[in-house]
Design a protein around this ligand. Structure first.
Ligand code: SAM
Length: 239
C-alpha cells in the first residue's frame, strides 16, 4: 500500500513542539489564509484559517447537534459550526497550542457564542467523554500527528453510534505508488502539512481498522500530477 508518511523524528514531543512553534508564529505574523485557497461560506470576520478544505460542508450539520473540531486552531470551523447547529447544539474544539486557544476563545466571546468551548488537549488522547458527539470534524490537522491510528480510534470513541467523521486534510496523489519516498522529511515540510500528507488508500484502511464504515475520500482535483499534495475530505461513519 502506498504511504509517504515518513516521520521527521521518532520523538512525538519534538514533533509537537515544532508544530506549536510553527503555528504560534503564523498566528503572530497575522497569517490570514488557507494555504489551499478554499472558498467557504459564513466565514467569521477576522478569524484566520489554516485549513485545506471545508469539513463543515461535508458534515451537513443539523440544528441541535454536538460537534467536535480536532485541532480547532483560531476557531474558524468551530465558529462556523456554532452558527449551523445553533444555541440548542454545542461545539467543542480541541487544540494543543495555547496561542490558538486564546484566539479562538476571544473570537467566541466577541461573537457571543456561549455554546462553543475550546479545550486544551491532544487529538490522540481527547479530553471528551465517550459516545458524546454527533459529528467530528477536522481541517488540516491529522496529517500533523505522529499517530494517526490513535486519532481515528479516539474519534470513534467519542462519536455516538451513527455519528459522522469528516476530516479535511492533505493527501499526496500517488495512484500507482510511484511517488512514495524513503527519505526522511524535515520538520519544516512536516509543519507545512506537506510531508505528512496521507495516501488515500492507507488513510481509508486506517479508518476501517478503527471501526468506521462507509469510508471514502474525495477524488483528487482534475489535473493533479503524481506526487502533488492536495486537499480533500475523508468521510466515515460510526456504525
Ligand atoms: C494547520 S492548523 C489548522 C487549524 C484549524 N483547523 C484551521 O483550519 O484553521 C493545525 C492546528 O492543529 C493543532 N494541532 C496539531 N497537532 C495537534 C495535536 N496532536 N493535538 C492537538 N492539536 C494539534 C495545531 O496547534 C494547530 O492549531
Amino acid at each position: 500500500m502506498a504511504t509517504s508518511r515518513n516521520l521527521p523524528t521518532t520523538d512525538p514531543s519534538t514533533l509537537r513542539s515544532a508544530v506549536q512553534e510553527h503555528y504560534t508564529g503564523r498566528l503572530e505574523a497575522g497569517a490570514c489564509c488557507s494555504p489551499m485557497n478554499v472558498e467557504v461560506g459564513n466565514a467569521p470576520a477576522g478569524v484566520p484559517t489554516f485549513g485545506c478544505g471545508d469539513p463543515n460542508a461535508a458534515a451537513a450539520f443539523a440544528p441541535g447537534e454536538t460537534v467536535l473540531d480536532l485541532g480547532s486552531g483560531a476557531g474558524f470551523d468551530a465558529l462556523r459550526a456554532a452558527e449551523a447547529v445553533g444555541p440548542t447544539g454545542m461545539v467543542l474544539g480541541v487544540d494543543m497550542t495555547p496561542a490558538m486557544l486564546q484566539r479562538a476563545r476571544t473570537a467566541a466571546r466577541d461573537l457571543g457564542h456561549h455554546h462553543v468551548h475550546f479545550l486544551e488537549g491532544h487529538i490522540e488522547t481527547l479530553p471528551v467523554p465517550s459516545a458524546s458527539v454527533d459529528v467530528v470534524i477536522s481541517n488540516c490537522v491529522v496529517n500533523l500527528s505522529s499517530d494517526v491510528d490513535a486519532v481515528l480510534r479516539e474519534a470513534f470513541r467519542v462519536l455516538k453510534p451513527g455519528g459522522r467523521l469528516r476530516i479535511s486534510d492533505t493527501f499526496r496523489h500517488d495512484p500507482d505508488g510511484t511517488a512514495s519516498t524513503t527519505t526522511t522529511p524535515d520538520l519544516e515540510g512536516w509543519c507545512a502539512c506537506e510531508a505528512g500528507a496521507h495516501a488515500p488508500e492507507a488513510f481509508m484502511a486506517q479508518a476501517r481498522a478503527a471501526g468506521f464504515e462507509a469510508v471514502a475520500v474525495d477524488a483528487a482535483p482534475e489535473g493533479t500530477a503524481v506526487g502533488d499534495v492536495y486537499g480533500a475530505v475523508l468521510h466515515a461513519n460510526r456504525p
